[in-house]
Design a protein around this ligand. Structure first.
Ligand SMILES: [Zn+2]
Length: 170
């Protein structure tokens, strides 16, 4: 139930979040699960994979099928993010070459807590861990991890900031 991140990786997420402020930043967490392969087991992030925030009106149309239109209509890059499916595909290929997997998604909350929004919850995938960084007045603060439970509600996921030490990791 723990996501391992190195101090450098954490810093990379925080730096990106400050750079894109007051818009949300986003990206993918690439790495390895422990040998059991259990999605709830330990995970080691090997690389922070930055993606552009592709939130647009076009993304809105796609999302309209999944969440109430009223919620989407209010969305802007200051409180929404969207990862282009083509970027996700590129990352999956990149992972395959390295024996990694896409462990999850990170994004920032400009001037909000590092707690998932209802929009985040509705759009979340059960197999991913979600990392949210709160950015207050341009400065990255709290970073928290989340994962969906079987009722599609977010539960905290422990983040362990440490150098790589997962058994079997090269
Ligand atoms: Zn969010």
């Amino acid at each position: 139930m723990t996501l391992h991140l190195t101090p450098t990786q954490l810093h990379q997420i925080q730096t990106q979040a400050e750079r894109t402020y007051p818009e949300e930043c986003c990206g993918l967490l690439l790495g390895q699960r422990d040998r059991s392969g259990n999605k709830l087991g330990n995970k080691q992030v090997c690389e922070i994979y930055e993606t552009p925030n592709a939130w647009t009106k076009e993304a809105t149309a796609e999302l309209a099928l999944q969440i109430p239109a009223a919620q989407i209509a209010q969305g802007a890059k200051a409180d929404r993010y969207w990862i282009d499916p083509r970027d996700l595909l590129k990352a999956q290929r990149y992972c395959r070459d390295r024996g990694w997997t896409v462990l999850g998604i990170y994004h920032s909350h400009p001037d909000h807590h590092a707690v998932p929004s209802e929009c985040d919850r509705v759009l979340a995938w059960a197999e991913y861990v979600y990392v949210i960084v709160s950015v207050q007045q341009g400065k990255a603060q709290d970073v928290r991890g989340w994962q969906l439970d079987s009722a599609h509600q977010f539960q905290p996921e422990e983040l362990l900031i440490t150098e790589m030490d997962l058994p079997g990791h090269k």
